[in-house]
Each structure stands twice: as structure tokens, then as C-alpha cells.
Design a protein around this ligand. Sequence first.
Ligand code: AKG
Length: 309
Amino acid sequence: MTTTRTLRFELTDQELALLPDADDIAFYAEHGWYLTKKLFTDQEVDRLAAASADYYAGARSRVLPVLPPRLAAWRPSDGPVQRHNDYVHYESDPIAKVLCKPLLGAVAALLAGVDEIRVFQSTLILKPAVVGEPSNIVPWHFDKHYWSTSTSERMLTAFVPFHDCDEEMGTLTVVDGSHRWRETGRQDSMTRHFADRDRADLERVLAENAAYNGAVIRKVPLVIPKGHLSFHHCRTYHGSGPNRSDRPRRAVSFHLQDGANEYRDFALSDGSPAAYNHDVLVRRLPDGRPDYADPAYCPVLWQGAVHRG
Ligand SMILES: O=C(O)CCC(=O)C(=O)O
């Protein structure tokens, strides 16, 4: 069974005051990241944390009808490693109910300069408070590499922690302005998820690309208070360090697409087609391509011009 969530695309006066202003939008365009105001109340964040605990304990509103080839799906039997679980907006209504907030979509629409924002993917993440756990380190990468079958260059990610999130917890760290870099020779290996890559190699790729652009690498750890979130552009290099605190670092990486995004054929260097997990799940367009606007998996989060009041 699939359900389609109906959202009203209206903001209250209180919410209008939380939108980015023209300077914030210019900042995002220049730097490739942006730290929002407090978009979620403490109660909403606590509901998200509780729903994610239920999810880890096995609660599901529905399950994926097929398991895509590169699905991140941590299970308790995987043990105290970094947890990644994709499609939580699909599998958990209690998570989706909080996460799919029109205000979040409106902020994304303003930053991306578009009139429509749809969900692309949501990944529930937990970095255990385990000293020296190697999987807690997220090596440098940018998300567009995983989204070669998407036409859009405006996709972006909201990083939504469930608590104050700082460097000690291994918060998200972005490379300032790197979304504007030109890329040195593209390698197919970049389309592989960072968890399957050699960390030193990704460090080398970052240094090589910075040098190619005559850029200095400025790493900015995003200190995010509870209820606030960060956005990063799909070409902004990012990663994160170990969790040195005594609490798990818990968050959702909420990946978003603009209304114009659609599937395109993308050939890897050996001629084989690149794929994204959606391709075995979403409905098909009349011409046979996967439909990245299938409301069951990619619901609309915001539609219409955003008027700041
Ligand atoms: O969990 C992290 O620190 C990194 C998450 C990430 O790569 C993303 O939000 O795109």
C-alpha cells in the first residue's frame, strides 16, 4: 500500500519570520551552505528522536516493496557502528510527520531559487559514542556524485540533528565555497558511497580538486543548536569527524530535489548505466524512465512562490 501525504503550502506569520533573507540567500550562493534559524520546536525534535528510537526497535508504517541494490539499512545485528537507514520518510509516518514540514521546504526553495521542492531521500544517521570507532568518520565527498542520474544541479541537503550538535559530537563539516569548484577528471569510483571508499583517497581527491581551482581548503564545522538545521549544496564537499562525546550523535540527512529534477541516462566510463536506488522503486514515466516525482517516494514538500510577508 502507498500513501500520499497531503500538505498545505502556507506559512504562519511566525514561520515567515524564520525564512532566510536576501543576505542569507546570497551567503548560500557564495558559500554553498547555510545555518537556519530554529525551524523545529524542541517538542518536534523530541518527537523525531522518539520516532527514530521506535524505528530502530523495528517499528515500520510500511516497508519497501523491493530492496534496492545499494540500500543503507542498519540492523541491530550490525552492532555499534555508524548507523545509516535510507527511506525513513517512507517507512515511518511518525518521522515523516515531523520532518516533512512545509517551512523546511520553503527555506530550501528560497536557497535553491525554485518554486517547488520534493523529497529525494532521507537517511537516519546515528554515530555511536564509541571512542575510536572508524565508521564514525565520514570522509570528504559531495552528494551529486551519488545522484548522476538526476538532471538537477540545484539539489540540496538539510542536516537535521536531534540535539545540540558540535565538533565534539562529530558534527557535519563543510568545505566553504567548494560547490563553485570545477572538478578534475571525474572517476566512476566517486559514485560509490563514502562508506565503501578509502578515506585517504577521498582526502587526496579533495586536495587535488582544491589545487585545480587554486582554492584554499577552509573546513567549517557546523555548530547546530537543537531545532536549527544546516543546508548544503549538492556540490559542496563535506564530511565529519569522530564522536568524542559520551552521547550518540543522532540526525536525519534530508536530501531534497527541485521540481524540475528528473531522471537522465548517465553512462559510467565502461558504458554501463549509473543507477540510483529509486530506479527499482518509483513508478515509470510514459517514456519508461523512473519518475523522480513519484509522490509515494518523493512527496512535494513545498510548492509555489515563497512570499516573505
Ligand atoms: O553524517 C554526517 O556527518 C554526514 C552526512 C552527509 O554526508 C550528508 O548529510 O550529506
